[in-house]
Structures are given as structure tokens and as C-alpha cells.
Design a protein around this ligand. Structure first.
Ligand SMILES: C[S@@+](CC[C@H](N)C(=O)[O-])C[C@H]1O[C@@H](n2cnc3c(N)ncnc32)[C@H](O)[C@@H]1O
Length: 289
């Protein structure tokens, strides 16, 4: 077997979502960095020390690559935003404009997932109705999903810790401001267990989105999820996690589901809906006071 084919097989056995192109790129980089020639891997090369090192290093790099939420540079995102802005100013949400939105959304691992964004949101509102006041916690670049949400002039309020997203999001919200309620914005804020309860009071929202956010926050600040769900000033909370997650799919799916269900049970929130898309499971709960 040729080394490229074998390497792809070995890496994808551990990380099924790893892309062939990325693996091959990392292969080249590892060869270069270690001063190894590809010719070394001929015949019975699998027992060679160098081969084992290459496999190990490529796997490590792919692991780090998959753990990144944001694969694109700020410049790449800004460039796409400029294209969206000029197309939008000329033709509104044209097919081309929406395609550019999807391209931008694909630069973030989380928002990339909803291959069919419209279906995702339509299913979301099916049993709870279309919200007017929408809170999006840990929103990332989710404001770019607004055209797919099918909402009439919503008030969108996002909270996000990464400044680069906040800046981009607010530029976008300004661009489409005539389709939103005044006051729509994303604010830069990093929730911690200590600051959740000292927040200035926010207005009451119809829905608070926690899309793929609870597991991400819990990873760094255990216990924050429960506090945030109690804090969220909304009637309905929409909680989601990964099915085909960033690393080692199955384990992540079961772990995230257990984690989210555990919180819902502990807080005795009522589950009003649940559904699953190929790469995301969703629970909609109602806060019971
Ligand atoms: C997995 S992404 C999900 C993004 C978005 N909700 C979506 O569905 O596309 C998690 C997001 O939460 C943000 N985040 C993580 N911890 C946070 C915290 N403590 N406070 C605010 N935002 C946070 C990250 O910067 C990231 O954009």
C-alpha cells in the first residue's frame, strides 16, 4: 500500500471526520520538518521507526486541527463579509448572497454543521412558534444564520467572548439592520461561574439559544452550564450538542447528551421538544418556576 493511502486510513480510524486533504498536507509538513524523504516509505516501511513517528505526529496535528472551532483567519472572514455586504447592498438576500453566508458559516466548525440551515431552524420553531426576542449565548458567528431562521424582524441579542467574532457580527447586524428590531447587537462577554449572577438585568426573551455551547463552556469551567441555564432570562431554552463531534464521534455524542440531560433533570425544566440532525442533537426546554 502506498504511504498516503495507509496514513489516511490510520488517521481516519481515530478521527473519522479528518479530511483527506488535511492529512496529506500534514504529511508533507511532517516530512519536511523531520527532514525525511518520501522515498523512505517503500516496501516494508510500516515497521520503520520513521514511519511510526510520522503517523504519530500527523495524528497529533490533526487532533489539534479538529479541536479548533475557527479554521479561518480574521482576514478570510472579513473578505467574505465584504463580498456578502456588496452583494446584499445590490441584491438583498439573493441566492449568491446566501451562498456566501454558508461559505462564511463553514469557517466555524459549529455553524458549518447545519448543512440545511433552513430545515434546522424550521424544525426548531415547529412546536414553540417563531420567537421575536432571541438571545444567543456563545453565539460565535451565528448571526450569519439569521437569514435562514425565517423570522420576521427579530430582536437578536448575542453574547460571545471572542472579540474577533463580536466585531464581525456587529458589522453584519448593522448591514442588515432594516430587517431587525433596533437594539439587535452582539456584546463581548466571557461568562464564568463567578460572574453569571452579577449580570445587569436583561430584558426577557422568548428563546435563549445555547447551541453547542454548554459542553464547550463546561470543558473549561465545570458547573457553569447549570448556573447559566438558571440565569437565562427566557421562556424557552434551546440546548444542543454534537453528534458527529469534533473528535472521536461516538464518545462525544453520548457524553454531551448525558451532560445536557443531567442539567435539565437537575433543574426540573420541562422538555417540550427534542430532535436530531445528522450532526447535532437538540433539546428544547421550558423554564418552570
Ligand atoms: C462550539 S462554539 C458554538 C457557536 C454557536 N453557538 C453556534 O452554534 O455556532 C462555542 C462558542 O462559545 C463561545 N464561548 C465559549 N465559552 C464562552 C464563555 N465562557 N462566555 C462566552 N462565550 C463563550 C466560544 O467562543 C464559541 O464561539
Amino acid at each position: 500500500m502506498n504511504p498516503e493511502k495507509l496514513l489516511i486510513e490510520r488517521v481516519q480510524r481515530t478521527y473519522p471526520e479528518a479530511k483527506e486533504g488535511d492529512i496529506l498536507k500534514k504529511f508533507e509538513e511532517v516530512l519536511r520538518r523531520n527532514n525525511l524523504k518520501r522515498d523512505l516509505f517503500r516496501g516494508d516501511f510500516q515497521r520503520k521507526r520513521e514511519w511510526k513517528r510520522v503517523v504519530k505526529e500527523v495524528k497529533r496535528e490533526i487532533y489539534h486541527l479538529l479541536r479548533q472551532y475557527d479554521r479561518a483567519s480574521v482576514q478570510e472572514m472579513e473578505d467574505l463579509f465584504s463580498q456578502i455586504a456588496s452583494e446584499y447592498r445590490e441584491n438583498g438576500f439573493s441566492e449568491k448572497c446566501l451562498k456566501l453566508h454558508l461559505e462564511l458559516l463553514s469557517k466555524h466548525v459549529s455553524t458549518e454543521r447545519r448543512g440545511n440551515q433552513k430545515d434546522f431552524y424550521q424544525r426548531m420553531w415547529k412546536n414553540i412558534g417563531e420567537p421575536k426576542y432571541l438571545l444567543d449565548v456563545g453565539c460565535g458567528i451565528n448571526p450569519f444564520s439569521i437569514p435562514f431562521m425565517g423570522l420576521k424582524r427579530p430582536l437578536y441579542f448575542g453574547i460571545e467572548k471572542k472579540r474577533k467574532y463580536v466585531i464581525l457580527d456587529n458589522k453584519y447586524l448593522k448591514l442588515i439592520s432594516n430587517r431587525l428590531e433596533p437594539g439587535s447587537q452582539v456584546i463581548e462577554f466571557k461568562f464564568t461561574k463567578r460572574n453569571v449572577n452579577v449580570w445587569p438585568s436583561l430584558p426577557y426573551f422568548d428563546v435563549a439559544l445555547f447551541l453547542k455551547v454548554i459542553p464547550a463552556m463546561e470543558r473549561y469551567d465545570k458547573g457553569i452550564g447549570n448556573l447559566l441555564l438558571q440565569w437565562a432570562p427566557a421562556e424557552y431554552l434551546i440546548l444542543s450538542g454534537s453528534v458527529r463531534a469534533m473528535i472521536k464521534r461516538r464518545k462525544v455524542f453520548y457524553r454531551e447528551k448525558k451532560q445536557i440531560l443531567g442539567m435539565i433533570k437537575e433543574l426540573r425544566y420541562e422538555i417540550v421538544d427534542k430532535f436530531q440532525f445528522p450532526d447535532e442533537f437538540v433539546y428544547i426546554v421550558r423554564k418552570v418556576y
